[in-house]
Design a protein around this ligand. Structure first.
Ligand code: HEC
Length: 105
């Protein structure tokens, strides 16, 4: 009896932690407005100052979320992106990831 209860409790824990935050692409679009000026431009070169920006459209949501977390936590350093990610919640990142993943390549 005891082991059944323990197993059930374990199962619950696993189930609740395994569910990733579901990204909402529609919410992600609104949250990505400030990003489009840099990441949504043709040829992926920002005009002023001229520098290359990574292409995000069609990128995997998981990759985008991981990159944003790394910027937020300072593991990846880039002044602009550190600021962009600073105030994002996990849900914001999931939404933004869903939006870019669904965008045409
Ligand atoms: C002012 C221009 C600018 C804005 C605005 C901007 N980014 Fe970026 N972003 C960059 C640049 C430049 C890089 C490359 C930085 C580096 O080398 O780490 C980058 C990198 C990234 C990466 C990593 C891509 C990769 O291939 O590793 C992600 C994800 C990203 N940005 C998402 C966003 C999101 C989401 C927003 C809006 C909330 C945003 N960016 C706003 C310029 C910008």
């Amino acid at each position: 009896m005891r082991s059944i209860l323990a197993a059930a409790a374990c199962g619950l824990l696993v189930a609740s932690s395994a569910v990733p935050a579901a990204g909402d692409a529609t919410a992600g679009r609104a949250k990505s407005e400030p990003c489009l000026g840099c990441h949504g431009i043709p040829s992926y070169n920002n005009t002023y100052p001229t520098y290359h920006v990574p292409k995000l459209s069609g990128q995997h949501a998981d990759y985008i979320v991981a990159a944003l977390k790394a910027y937020r936590d300072g593991q990846r350093k880039h002044a602009t992106m550190n600021v962009q990610a600073m105030s994002m919640s996990e849900q914001d990142m999931a939404d933004i990831g869903a939006f870019w993943q669904g965008m045409e390549k």
